[in-house]
Design a protein around this ligand. Structure first.
Ligand code: DSN
Length: 451
């Protein structure tokens, strides 16, 4: 008899099919990506790396046929080396990098490895604070990194843009070892060139971009690539707009040489320093089934269809933002330049983001309650919600559907206003059920890939 876990997987497939995923950091992978993740590669230990010196120019056919030199601690790596090498080459091509480390298990691991590669305990790192839209791993006091390194933060302006003056003033006065750009709740395009100019005034300052949210937009050519503006390192997850398996990735510019050689602490050696920081510095055996799935998703992102996808993600987000504003939603930054929208629920309707999240969940629209810059509400009951278009765009929804979506969101907002608490939502179950049926009917017209 099949394990009961499979019943739950089947139910989750149904939930994903019948609802619409609006969490901006989620997406749907292809059947090929799913297949690689469920493959026998999970059986293999492969600590170390495939050798990369001089192999960047080999064609994919050459890589998949040759016996690659490697630095591994276990035998039996002939296929693993080729797969990991394909992933590295494709990632470098996609993001104009000299080097890619495809082994981080997550975005958090990727960030931690970069800090470990470049900083000593107590060194300063300048990053956007979590309440302003930064990420937990960018110095939130509850994280391990914040106990090791000395994080200094910058914030956003009232218009929702980076506070560049504050960033510059803190960079010059604090002389950080890393300036970090990259956000989880931010709707503008960062001015990478302006930030690079600031960092260039500081000796030995590593310019790092955590592009987890927008990596797919960069790959699709609709968002600037920080590596093209003098940034040394870019980290990302692989499962958000990039539409790969759940995991992390580090891209860098600089010397690519043997990971066995202890490199000098210099910015041009950052690729080698990063390899050593990932393994053996912060991780053990890489997840080669996930690395194979990363390789496949990078291959997909190199296709021209992915450019169209990335363009549509932004078009859908802009249309949805416009429609929401027409329906009296107050949006942070008054709209969006990327895939992400932050609604100020408190200012729009007078209640918090958690109530709205819970009510939308009941109709099959999934998003997350999110703090707004300088939100003084409790972390579990923040004043806003965050949503985005990467997943629904993968399913093929377009501008027409964005208008329908905005209307459902307004109807649910009105129900919340009348209910005024989660407990009271049950009094409106008939109204919520009607919207849920409409959501399901539309969702089923746009099948989830891979299911
Ligand atoms: N949890 C991710 C997000 O939703 O933005 C960031 O890691």
């Amino acid at each position: 008899m099949k394990d009961i876990v499979f019943n739950l997987i089947a139910k989750e497939k149904l939930r994903q099919s019948e609802g619409l995923e609006l969490i901006p950091s989620e997406n749907y992978v292809s059947k090929d990506v799913l297949e690689a993740m469920g493959s026998v590669l999970t059986n293999k230990y492969s600590e170390g790396y495939p050798n990369f010196k001089g192999i960047n120019d080999w064609s994919e056919d050459e890589i998949s046929e040759k016996i690659l030199p490697n630095y591994r601690y276990y035998g039996g790596q002939i296929n693993i080396d080729r797969i990991e090498r394909l992933a590295i080459n494709r990632a470098c091509k996609l993001f104009h990098a000299d080097h890619a480390n495809v082994q981080p298990h997550s975005g958090a691991n990727a960030n931690e490895a970069v800090y470990f590669a470049w900083c000593k305990p107590g060194d300063k790192i300048l990053a956007m604070s979590l309440p302003s839209g930064g990420h937990l791993t960018h110095g939130s006091p509850v994280t391990r990194s914040a106990k090791i390194y000395n994080f200094v933060s910058y914030g956003v302006t009232d218009e929702g843009d980076i506070n560049y003056e504050e960033l510059e003033q803190k960079a010059l006065s604090e002389q950080p070892k890393i300036i970090l750009v990259g956000y989880s709740a931010f709707m503008k395009i960062p001015d990478f060139s302006r930030i690079a100019k600031i960092a260039n005034q500081i000796p030995d300052c590593l310019l790092m971009a955590d592009m987890a949210h927008v990596a797919g937009l960069i790959a699709g050519g609709v968002h600037p690539n920080p590596l093209d503006y003098g940034f040394h390192v870019m980290t990302t997850t692989t499962h958000k707009t990039l539409r790969g398996p759940r995991g992390g990735l580090i891209l860098s510019r600089g010397n690519v040489a043997s990971p066995l050689k202890r490199p000098e602490h210099a910015l041009e050696n950052i690729p080698i320093l990063i390899d050593r920081a990932v393994f053996p510095g912060t991780q053990g055996g890489p997840l080669e089934h996930i690395i194979a799935a990363k390789a496949i998703s990078f291959g997909e992102a190199l296709q021209s269809e992915f450019k169209t996808y990335a363009k549509n993600v932004i078009n859908n987000a802009k249309t949805l933002a416009k429609e929401l504003i027409k329906l009296d939603f107050v949006l942070q930054g008054n709209g969006t330049e990327n895939h992400l929208i932050l609604i100020n629920v408190k200012e729009s309707f007078g209640y918090d983001g958690k109530l709205y999240e819970k009510a939308l969940d009941q109709v099959g629209l999934t998003l997350n309650a999110n703090a707004l810059p300088d939100d003084d509400a409790a972390a579990f009951r923040p004043s806003g919600v965050r949503l985005g278009t990467p997943a629904i765009t993968t399913r093929g929804l377009g501008e027409k559907e964005m208008k329908i979506l905005a209307k459902w969101m307004r109807k649910v907002a009105d129900i919340c206003k009348e209910a005024s608490s989660e407990e009271n939502l049950s009094k409106y179950s008939a109204e919520l059920e009607t919207i849920k049926k409409e959501v399901r009917d539309l969702a089923l017209k746009f099948p989830v890939p891979g299911i």
